[in-house]
Design a protein around this ligand. Structure first.
Ligand code: GDP
Ligand code: MG
Length: 193
């Protein structure tokens, strides 16, 4: 664990993106605090948590950002309201992605639609983030294998085509959560060092 006055060699900002209810907040809770909540509340606004760990003898602080993930869906408001919410959306979005060196694109492997939306999330990410950002595609809820709606092959193919890392995880059972974050952080370290 990290001493509060420990020397930090690197701070890596990582963003979580994907439809709501795919498990972004629970993946973060599992990684940062080893916790899981069954009836977790929808995330409001933007929040982040940090975890400090050692990578190749360097102290790396991962700063992981989490958001509600539904801002971009639609706009059912008056013309002016729509104008201001799109301004707000653009400001929040660019702040969210600013400085990020890693992104986790999360879908729920029991919800085909959340996987089909990955292309749009990727487009938004590529439009706002640094070109060299490391991206990992995450199929979460792999504990619900009998309800699988996204074959691993489909996800692998998409990941390969788009040059993303890919992993299936379960925040509930703590499967691959640590591995996914560590793989991403190690890759970021490899690239910047
Ligand atoms: P977010 O909107 O993407 O942040 O999703 P949440 O983290 O709030 O999770 C949405 C719901 O899915 C909650 O009821 C969680 O308990 C549940 N959930 C999250 N991860 C998993 C998982 O790995 N397995 C299962 N079975 N449920 C999960
Ligand atoms: Mg959330």
């Amino acid at each position: 664990y990290a001493d509060y006055n420990q020397k930090i060699d690197y701070v890596f900002k990582i963003v979580l993106i994907g439809d709501s209810a795919v498990g972004k907040s629970q993946l973060l809770a599992r990684f940062a605090r080893n916790e899981f909540t069954v009836d977790s509340k929808a995330t409001i606004g933007v929040e982040f948590q940090t975890k400090t760990l050692a990578i190749h003898n360097k102290t790396v602080k991962a700063q992981i950002w989490d958001t509600a993930g539904q801002e971009s869906t639609f706009c059912v408001c008056s013309f002016l309201g729509c104008f201001f919410s799109s301004l707000r959306y653009r400001a929040v979005t660019s702040a969210y992605y600013r400085g990020a060196v890693g992104a986790m694109l999360v879908y729920d492997m029991t919800k085909r639609q959340s996987f089909d939306h990955m292309a749009r999330w990727l487009e938004e990410l590529r439009g706002h983030a640094d070109k060299s950002i490391i991206i990992m595609l995450i199929g979460n809820k792999c504990d619900l294998g009998s309800l699988r709606a996204v074959p691993a092959e489909d996800a692998k193919e998409f990941a390969q085509r788009e040059n993303l890392f890919f992993m299936e995880t379960s925040a509930l059972e703590a499967t691959n959560v640590e591995t996914a974050f560590l793989t991403m952080l190690t890759e970021i370290y490899r690239i910047i060092s």
